[in-house]
Design a protein around this ligand. Structure first.
Ligand code: B3K
Ligand code: ZN
Length: 867
């Protein structure tokens, strides 16, 4: 029986023993790999007499201590216990593992014939018995042995120190990593690859060899990854004053990978999705994703590897900070506004829902059953928002001073989120006492806004009050320190200078620290329109009834582009929800008139950032609308949203068609121009205007890049434009041998809202290019069905929920981590009507009754049903 016990942050204890050096030898074999681990163990707690090591699915062959065989040990469900009443010892453990049978893709496994590893969070214990916890930092030396013909490349962390041939066809390589590291950063790869070589000269003049390893035949798709790596290295020197520290940096792309990528020291492992790209097969979004993930893993070298986490509850220490860093990297290299919009969408479309559901947790969780369940939008994305708020409060120079102090204090150590905040505080002098609540309290605060204006005294008062609803984790809800960025606009759209009661100029970021606070502004010549929460200055919801006129004013005049986008989205959301209410009352929907004229204005701006305009005119996602609804009426929401798109497409079809035509004729199209062009196309298809079919068909036929080809295909497939099936067939025939492109096809199929989609899903699950054992395929087909096909997933007869549950049952034994990622929409049932809630709960009960339910799913299902 698997251990379903939760572990708690409050129970953290420093380890009794540590391992300073470990020497690993791998004799690779698909089914019987032999691992010899020789560790130098030191006792930290002089009272300790027994060493307890973690282990999972290992066959133990032998144990010896200081060269003498030891039989006095015990294996348990979770590891190995042996008496060790000494201050130091040399421990040798030999285990045997079966990489071929490892379908969980944690520990050592085979991906399309290549050996590779994934150890974070607790995969190293599936390789050997070890102190598999992040506060045990050891120096690693690794020897890998394997047949030369199939595995010419033998890689591990650090520097290559020896290699040679062995008996028969075998050869070996030895690697040494000079930097002590926790076991989760260990990596090994053995296989046959094509390798792209390059180099980077650091600012201090050291030359670093760069290598990107890809499956044979894919070398021409590695250039963008390499360029992104070099940009990352340079950017981290310039913006954060951080230089790379080894002589070599390797990236290996593998097909079978549970998540995006992994920052193992000097040897990153990547999902092929975040490495391989060329114009023909990858979209602009893919290119951007690659740049950002390559950056993210590279930035971990300092924020994660050089300074790591004391325990897994501190995960946001490295993840929130590194997401913040990768967001800044993308913003410095590309459009800051569009990157900010993307980040905010992740919070509003997914993180708010997590806070409102059974898995709600603070960015530093207090209790965990399966650690892999906590690589969440809360820990990552809200964690990054918390770092960003500190950046707002301290300013760039204060923040960088904090980073400098953090590295001075903690380089080479495993530390806590509190240590990070203390460094920020000490370096800047800004008091972050109350701010720390963002680490311990879950939930999305709502800030309610009211105001009053006195024309005579020209005083404007803004009252902000905050409240946070209870969350499933039961964490406290004391007032947060909320940086609240505002702008006051006059009737002509001009910004009014912010002055306090005494008339002194003040900063646009207000510090809301109490439950309720009133801010008084003087010398305000007229009643202003207030732009609020500019740049999404805190991860909160606003409670303020903007009028349509105020929102259109903000769309036109807010000095900050993000605020203009935010106002456009708020207006669209407001109009869609008003139509939902009309439908519920048996009335007909009303066209979104004000929004339509705002869109005409936006599309008419000749010198605007086109990607920004594309984001402004985009329709809020179903998930964001559900969040804004409180309780969602699925059918009315879908109908109102579809009506909204049809109306826009139909009423401004001429402007959309003209914009489309201008952009389609551009001599040198850019990702931004494609984004806007394809947004126009999608509205025209949604409205079913007569020329949509021909436009889509001709774009599909003539596209020289995947962005355009996929956008045309999506427009016909999602809006039932005649000819969709033929185009899908053509696309399939062209790309059936390219798995990453087939993922796009699967994702599109999974999100089609046609009536027969479930039957088709059964067929697609048996498609030659599909496999339940490959996470990318599963996320594409099943994930898009569960997350991007609300009409079918939430079908009133429960067939969508049943379909997902059956796939989860399959995945529970095959790859529980993938199952656990997919279950999210099923556990977030609270937002839906009682009938749907019951259907979802019924499926969850079915899962809970399974005799061999993995703890990944157990944690989520049991919490959901308890709620
Ligand atoms: N640190 C890894 C994620 C590991 C997930 C383990 N289930 C990738 C990243 O965040 O950079
Ligand atoms: Zn990360």
């Amino acid at each position: 029986m698997t251990d379903m016990q939760a572990r708690h942050l409050k129970d953290y204890r420093a380890p009794d023993y540590t391992i300073s050096d470990v020497h690993l030898t791998f004799e690779l074999d698909p089914e019987r790999t032999r691992v010899t681990a020789r560790s130098t163990v030191s006792r930290l707690n002089s009272e300790a007499t027994q060493l307890t090591l973690d282990g999972d699915e290992l066959k133990l062959l032998s144990v010896s201590i200081d060269g003498k065989p030891c039989n006095d040990y015990q294996t348990t469900d979770s590891g190995l216990e042996l008496p060790l009443p000494v201050d130091s010892a040399e421990l040798e453990i030999v285990t045997e593992i079966n990489p071929k049978a490892n379908s969980k893709l944690e520990g050592l496994y085979l991906s399309d014939g290549a050996y590779c590893t994934q150890c974070e969070a607790e995969g190293f214990r599936r390789i050997t018995y070890f102190l598999d916890r992040p506060d045990v930092l050891a120096r690693y030396q690794v020897r890998v042995e394997a047949p030369l013909s199939d595995f010419p490349y033998l890689l591990s962390n650090g520097n290559l120190i020896a290699q040679g041939s062995l008996d028969g066809d075998k050869h070996y390589a030895e690697w040494q990593d000079p930097f002590p590291k926790p076991s989760y950063l260990f990596a090994l790869v053995a296989g046959d690859f094509d390798c792209l070589n390059d180099s980077f000269t650091t600012r201090s003049g050291r030359e670093v060899a760069l290598q990107v390893f890809v499956d044979k035949g894919n070398l021409n798709k590695a250039d963008h990854a390499m360029a992104s790596l070099k940009h990352s290295m340079k950017w981290d020197e310039e913006r954060f004053d951080l230089e790379y520290d080894l002589d070599i940096y390797m990236i290996v792309a593998v097909d079978f990978f549970n998540m995006g990528a992994m920052e193992n020291k000097g040897l990153n492992l990547f999902n092929t999705k975040y490495v391989l790209a060329d114009k023909a097969s990858a979209t602009d979004t893919d290119f951007h994703g690659i740049e950002s993930v390559i950056g993210h893993e590279y930035f971990h070298n300092w924020t994660g590897n050089r300074v790591t986490c004391r325990d897994w509850f501190q995960l946001s220490l490295k993840e929130g900070l590194t997401v913040f860093r990768d967001q800044e990297f993308s913003s410095d290299l590309g459009s800051r506004t569009v990157n900010r919009i993307d980040a905010v969408k992740a919070i509003r479309n997914a993180q708010f829902a997590e806070d409102a559901g059974p898995m709600a947790h603070p960015i530093r969780p207090e209790s965990v059953i399966e650690m892999n369940n906590f690589y969440t939008v809360t820990v990552y994305n809200k964690g990054a928002e918390v770092i960003r708020m500190m950046h707002t409060l301290l300013g760039e120079s204060g923040f960088q001073a904090g980073m400098k102090l953090y590295f001075e204090r903690y380089d080479g150590q495993a530390v806590t989120c509190d240590d990070f905040v203390a460094a920020m505080e000490d370096a800047s002098g800004v008091d972050l006492t109350q701010f720390r609540r963002w680490y311990s309290q879950a939930g999305t605060p709502t800030v309610a806004v009211s105001h009053s204006y006195d024309a005579k005294s020209q005083r404007f008062e803004l009252t902000l009050s905050q409240s946070t609803p209870d969350t499933a984790d039961g964490s406290a809800k004391l007032p947060f320190h909320i940086p609240f960025d505002i702008e006051l606009l006059d009737g002509n759209g001009k910004a009014i200078e912010l002055r306090d009661e005494q008339g002194a100029q003040i900063n646009s970021v207000l510090n809301l620290c109490e439950s309720e606070q009133t801010f008084v502004f003087s010398q305000v010549p007229c009643e202003p329109v207030v732009s609020m929460l500019r740049e999404f200055s805190a991860p909160v919801k606003l409670d303020y009834q903007f009028s349509e006129a105020q929102l259109t004013h903000l769309i036109r005049f807010a000095s900050n582009e993000f605020s203009r986008w935010d106002a456009a989205q708020a207006l669209a959301t407001k109009l869609i929800l008003e139509n939902v209410a009309r439908l519920q009352g048996g009335e007909a929907c009303q066209p979104p008139k004000d929004l339509i004229s705002a869109f005409e204005g936006l599309l008419g701006q000749t010198n605007a950032d086109l990607a920004f305009v594309a984001e402004c005119i985009a329709t809020p996602e179903f998930a964001a609308l559900v969040d804004a609804s409180g309780k969602a009426d699925v059918d009315a929401l879908l109908e109102a949203r579809a009506y909204h798109r049809e109306q826009i497409g139909a009423q401004i079809q001429q402007v959309l068609a003209d914009t489309y035509a201008n952009l389609a004729n551009e001599q040198s199209p850019t990702p931004a121009s494609r984004a806007l062009k394809n947004q126009c196309l999608s509205y025209l298809a949604a409205a079913g205007v007569p020329k949509a079919k021909a436009l889509c068909q001709s774009q599909f036929d003539s596209a020289d890049n995947m962005t355009d080809s996929l956008a045309a295909l999506a427009a016909v497939a999602l809006y039932k434009v005649p000819g969709a099936d033929e185009m899908l067939k053509q696309f399939e025939q062209k790309w059936v041998k390219v798995p990453l492109v087939m993922d796009k096809w699967f994702a599109l199929q999974g999100s089609r809202n046609d009536e027969d989609v479930l039957e088709r899903m059964e067929y697609l699950c048996s498609h030659q290019a599909f496999s339940m054992s490959n996470p990318n395929r599963v996320y594409s087909l099943i994930g898009s069905f569960a997350n991007r096909n609300p009409a079918n997933f939430h079908k009133a007869d429960g067939s969508g929920y049943r379909f997902l549950t059956e796939r989860l049952i399959e995945l529970n034994s095959l790859n529980p981590q993938v199952a656990s990622r997919l279950i999210t929409p099923l556990i977030q049932f609270q937002r839906f009507d009682v009938k749907r809630q019951e259907l979802m709960k019924g499926e969850l009960s079915r899962l809970l009754a399974m005799p061999d339910l993995a703890k990944d799913l157990y944690e989520k299902v049991s919490k959901a049903l308890d709620a």
